[in-house]
Write a protein that binds this ligand. Sequence first.
Ligand code: GCB
Length: 886
Amino acid sequence: MRITFIWFLSLLFCLPVCAQRTAVKVNDAWLFRKGDTLNKQVPTGQEEGWEKVTLPHSWNQTDAFVPTGAPYKGIGWYQKRLLDTFTPSDKVFLFLEGALLSAEVYVNGKLAGTHEGGYTGFAVPLTSFLRKDGPNVISVKVDNSAKAHIAPISGDFTLYGGLYRDVWLIKTSDIHFAFTSYGANGVFVQTPQVSAQRATVQVKGTLTNESGRDRKLEIAHSVKDAQGKEVAAFTSKVQSKAGQSHSFSAVSKAIPTPHLWSPDSPYLYRVTTSIKDARTKEVLDEITHPVGFRWFSVSPDSGFFLNDQHLKLTGASRHQDWEGLASALPDELHAHDARLLKELGANFVRLAHYPQDPALLEACDRLGLLVWMEVPTVNEINPSQAFAENTSTQLREMIQQHYNHPSIVMWGYMNEVLLRLGSLKVSDTEKEQIIQKTVQLARQLEKVARAEDPTRLTTVAFHGSDLYTIHGLQHISYLVGWNLYQGWYGGKFSEVGTFLDKQHQAYPKIPLLVSEYGAGSDLRINTLQPEQFDFSPQWQFLYAQSYLKTIQTRPYVAGSLAWILADFGSEGRQETMPRLNNKGLVTFNRTKKDIFYFYKVTLRIDSAVVHVATQDWPLRRMAPQKAGDSFVINPINVYSNCAEVELFLNGKSLGRKQVQETVATFDVPLVPGKNNLRAIGERQGVPAEDFKTVEMQLQPYQLNQDAAAFVEIGVNCGSNAWYFHPEKQFIYEPDQPYRSGSWGYVGGEPYRPNKSRPGIQSNIAGTTQNPLYQTLRQNLEGYRFDVVDGLYEVELSFAEPEGSHSSLVYDLGSAAAAASGKRVFQVLLNQKKIINELDLARQAGPKTLLQRTFQVKAQKGQGLHLQFEKISGQPILNAIKVKRVQ
Ligand code: GCB
């Protein structure tokens, strides 16, 4: 909502002189109904089934996160009665900041405007449709079903449908700034000359005279500094003809020694542009915009420069959704994310993969974040002319609507557009044609961007494939971004530097940056032996540490963006959290993960920061490393930008350590119960400290010695990680080989169809605990638990990892039939068969939880002994829990 916010501000500050323009948010008292009306008539709102809603609103707030089934894609109707009355000279517009994906706006049943594209605003002129004495009924039909000609046609983010941004009713006099056909407010601000010595402001725009008379007008511009002191004033004249639009352009005199805008000092001036009657000086319309005096450039060898100072662009990308809200966020939450980025020490943000809320841009201007904004041409293009036109329109809308934000330095127009090519079921010739069309579209979009705004850089992002450079896509935009995931989806961290060096050598004239890199983390998973793709925060840390070092030590890399600021909805994902991409530095509800602080200590050089990295793993359950110990030694990282840190455990110093590459690792003997950790450090004479508490649930080293010590144990079979089950508030422990007197598996190996990833990446039906059941042990002989004699409950959990989910309940038969018979086994507990001929695919269906719980007596010191016997295929076990009953 930003352009309008400025209007609104100007409205507050200059009443009553400019009472001609009012901008009122009309978010309240809408009626909403999912689905199209039966007879396709514009609804009156009197029909059954309308729900009262307040905007912003999305209809996918809950269904986008249900593990099975699909979020609603289709039509939703919104309706509102406007009770305002209007004078004959009022010109009235509805400005919708965003309706995803396409919209039709009706006034009193008549079509007044349409829009295609879910992330840019659009203005609908209402005047000729309105009853001046009201009431008037506004109906908006919104449709989020995919359309081949509207970008995005695919992507790793959910297309939440709805009127999910603010809607404004704007009233002007009959002489006013003209909305452009791309939804901009008709006034564009530039700084044609800018240096530390002097700067000028240029204002260009268009006004419309709908007054029915020729008028002599004056366009007055007043530039004020942050204190409100006028530093420049200039005017131009317009002889306006009745019924016509007129463009204007004027440049201020030089403003000496301007206060420059930068991330460290985001100093904003404001320019107010007024249309006045040349004779009476009556203000007919007025708009205020921010002005930031800054200039920038990028070099292929030494990166990015802001105001002639080198600046390594470092930050994160941001998607716009939030837990429980889908994409329908109030403005405050957009600004919240900008503050999070600033707290992190970021100077750069990529608004992935689409234009975002004006409130976010306003915060970036105010707080000092350089912005890469882009249109959603993601994963693939549609080779049609209609797609090319729609994408160009979205690009023009984005640039024109956000042109006046000094924070924006780059316009992007493609992300990984050749990603889907490999999986397209078309001939090689057709693939070649798609590539050619993609190159053609890139050229067209580049031309549009340069024509619309020659003052900014242009950019695109490629995935780590040679396809782009083979076809020359790197030669089109100013900068090239690489989305790199070596060490996550495949490959190794160490390959990243080599990859970048190769690109730089091959194309030494092309500035490049790392537009994405990231690893997933699920705070229910923690490990002391992190491995690639395990979704542990510990691997996420190693990954980020390695990438940051590789990037920061290469001067030619202009910058980098962590993927991603916050976890976000991705309807196609079936990883540890269904329909979520969890590579965030903060969670979906913006809880900070440890990784957030790793970035903070690395990037914040302005303050002393110390962070005990146990935020993601506050509750632990382990046995001591040796018999007789009443503690467990855990390596604990302290992140800091101080040279040295000291760590205290329950008030006792564990010593001081040098911080190496922002980390010091302490071996901490954690005792049962609460462990209070305090770390201190000092940077340039400024002290810093952090407190954390870790709770340790100590398990017995030997299960067969102390009858009272053992209560229950859970095992996350086939996994290196602890798993915290939030619904049971219970921790499953990583798998371990059997040790006499204790517990563990006998035989078998972790199930791992993909060498660089543990387990499977599919939702497990019948549970909300994917991680526990996505990893498993296969081909096992058994498990032993050397418990003392007594009565025990043993819970075995299985989920067939192969085959696909039945999409419909009544389809269970066919999905099961396809996979059944391939894996059949039986299970014995203390020599007694407890499960006979278990065929998971047939009995539960593929990727579906099946649990069996048994009571059994352990006697004569034999403990509990599970044996798995194969009939066909290999036996498996996903989780086991043993609990003492008596
Ligand atoms: C990418 C995409 C982004 C995905 C990300 C991921 O390269 O540009 O949209 O979300 O990877 O997490 O895989």
